[in-house]
Design a protein around this ligand. Sequence first.
Ligand code: MG
Length: 245
Amino acid sequence: MTESDINASVGRYLLRCGFDGFRPKAALIDMDGTLLDTMKWHTLAWQRMVSELGIQCSRDEFYLYEGMTGAETINLMFRRAFGRDATRQEKTELYARKTGYFSELPRAGIVKGADRMVSTLMEHGIIRVLVTGSGQLSNLARLDEDFPGGFPHDMRITSHNVTRCKPHPEPFLKAMELAGVEPFEAIALENAPLGVRSASDAGAFTVAVATGPVPERDMWEAGADVVLPSMDDAADMLSLLLTTF
Ligand code: MG
């Protein structure tokens, strides 16, 4: 993106939200598919667990549920197949089974360019808050190693801190509160339509990065202010944006 593309995107964002200025101070960043290249294994683990229940499902559909908590995804499957909600015990057991299948798969790398994206934010003194629907401890723990100093433990919103998950705006609103910023001071980074909807409705300048098979069109429809094809592009764009604003 050029400087004038960025200015145009920010202009449309200000109109969309009715703000008179954009002063980025914090970045609110999703984890799976944005920082960690884990979606390929999450979708495989979901498909395996759900198929075992005798429920017809495709691997790709789980990319669309990304951002929901595990319990909500299980509920969605139960309503579709059995016409009822899953019980608390079913949700706990089945999420544990899915997490077990995930952990049998090879360790996923980080999304290419994510390290550069995070260090660009750090160089510009931008506060970072993690905003994930995940509660998976193994992935949360590895962030310290993969992004040293990038995500302090008291600056994380996970499935344990919210009552309503993405696409509801609550996770991003809570992240703004944690960072002590207003929506017009926040940049959100997301890779999934439900996460984009949550960030966009919370009023953040929402950058969607298409790191998986979900088409860019779905990101625009979910309310993205910018859609980019890779995290390397996002790192370049942020560097330019933070120099300009
Ligand atoms: Mg994600």
